[in-house]
Design a binder for this molecule. Sequence first.
Ligand SMILES: NC(=O)c1ccc[n+]([C@@H]2O[C@H](COP(=O)([O-])OP(=O)(O)OC[C@H]3O[C@@H](n4cnc5c(N)ncnc54)[C@H](O)[C@@H]3O)[C@@H](O)[C@H]2O)c1
Ligand SMILES: O[C@H]1[C@H](O)[C@@H](O)[C@H](O)[C@@H](O)[C@H]1O
Length: 339
Amino acid sequence: MTSYGTLGVAVIGTGRMGADHVRRINEVISGARVAAVVDLDEARVKTVADGIDGCTPYTDPAAAMADPGVDAVLIASPGPAHEAALLGAFARDLPVLCEKPLTPDPASALRVLEAERALGHRRVQVGFMRRYDADYRALKSLLDRGTYGRPLMLHNKHRNADTPPGFTNAMMIHDSVVHEIDVTRWLLDEEITAVRVLRPAPTGNAPEGLSDPQLILFETAGGQVVDTELFVNCGFGYQVGCEAVCEGGTARIGDDHGVFVNTGGRWGGAITPGFVERFEDAYDRQVQHWVDATRRGEVEGPSCWDGYAAAAVCAAGVRAQETGERVAVELIERPALYR
Ligand SMILES: NC(=O)c1ccc[n+]([C@@H]2O[C@H](COP(=O)([O-])OP(=O)(O)OC[C@H]3O[C@@H](n4cnc5c(N)ncnc54)[C@H](O)[C@@H]3O)[C@@H](O)[C@H]2O)c1
Ligand SMILES: O[C@H]1[C@H](O)[C@@H](O)[C@H](O)[C@@H](O)[C@H]1O
């Protein structure tokens, strides 16, 4: 594989995440520059490109990937557009950082995985950014070292202040729980084998039709049980946490950061408003890690296998939501490229 000097990146999709990644590449991390930006919204993409030296705006991802200044692609369009962008990048053998989800369903994720296998080498890092968060890394290192013995259970919480318009029950799995699916597989180094979903009476703050909160249960191949409280209209801020219960003790991350005060007979601190603030360092480290590995001609981090496995668990999760039953996860055998 090629190694690179300053990496020329095409950012596909310049909405909330894409525009933030453009800023990150230009102002925060080193070793890369934004050579092209792409969005179906012509006015938006021109505004984003304006003021960035040597950055060309495009409305067609294929045209951007053919730009001679482009060495690598960061995909931040909505999930359903990822497959076409990934296959376009593979056609030019370009390295990719793809925002989660790899694709929204197992069939399309498998097509992407097979297309990468046909190249004979990994090209994709999937944007499961919690693997780059300092707290999650500390917890992972405790579990890997066996500091508290064998992990038996994880208790996750995932709370958002509110949901954007059009957020559905299925998106609660695909968009939100997908992060717990990835951290569960990563922290425990086990595949998830079955999913159940319990739906308590919803909060009055949820939009009509949204079953919020939900309690999601995973079983793993190693016999562990993992629960996730997902509450996406909690109203008070952004909270993500995980407690690992092991044979010899427990370890918990995700109690809010920042200044914690005791005053006037009360104690407390601020609650993080959203994922951009909570995971800012993780997004920075994720993109820096991708740029550094790519410049060395390597591909690391969450793979197409991780993206496919997450999509398979999401599909089981949506089915479990609909039926109220325990749904087994179906996976193909793990190909050698991803072992
Ligand atoms: N890792 C995280 O914590 C995190 C957080 C939020 C979103 N995301 C992911 O990032 C991606 C983008 O989410 P967002 O919140 O920025 O969405 P967004 O709606 O704010 O932005 C998406 C942009 O993509 C453009 N677009 C749509 N189809 C396109 C196509 N075919 N080619 C090029 N551009 C296209 C839209 O015009 C829009 O400007 C999604 O995959 C989402 O799941 C990840
Ligand atoms: O797309 C967002 C994003 O992935 C956040 O990290 C998550 O907390 C939200 O629930 C989800 O809607």
